[in-house]
Design a protein. Sequence first.
Length: 234
Amino acid sequence: MKQNSIEISLSAEGVTVKNALTAISLELPRGQLTGIIGPNGSGKTTLLRCLAGDRKPDSGHIHLGEGRLEDLRISERAKFLAYLPQTTPIPFAFTLKELVGLQAKSADTLATALAVMELESLADRSLLTLSGGERQRGAIARVLAQATPVLLLDEPLAHLDLRYQKRLLEFLVKQCQAGGSIALTLHELRLAQKWCDSLMLLHQGELIAQGAPLDILTPDRLETVFGVEAGFAS
């Protein structure tokens, strides 16, 4: 699946949400798979919602390319940025293929997204007949089918069997190698260390560290932020 040929960046400047985020500034690295990590309640989902334009910050701004995200029409955003929330509403009576095709860039990207998540045999099934894991794979395929240069995924590995976690992560890595910018929230620190090019560590609503996984997942930080004594070998 080819990425949108237009190079575009996503950044935040002083983003603050009351009781959730405090003055966060960042730029999503292009060509990298970025993991957003932190304990429950650290602000991961709120940050991703702000970056996606799903939640307006109380102060600060999100920039997509050279303009502010809030100034772009939703249809214009969808050309450059796709967002997977933790839960996706199920359109009544839709088939899986209809869901995945809602914002697909083309028939080719639709077919590729179904293949990546191994959903071809379920394409004509009603969403109401699918298991929770199958619906999650369908929701992921829907955003993959947009084939945008920027992709934001909130807990995409939840409810997925190990087989599909691996397939998805392999695909995301390839998309980044082709020039995409992808960020995902996740709790599995070993997967973050193995698959991500960079990590953003949130703690109590603040971005306290950003960099290569082994530079972020130090014993001191793990004990301070997660309350565990552990470390990761190179």
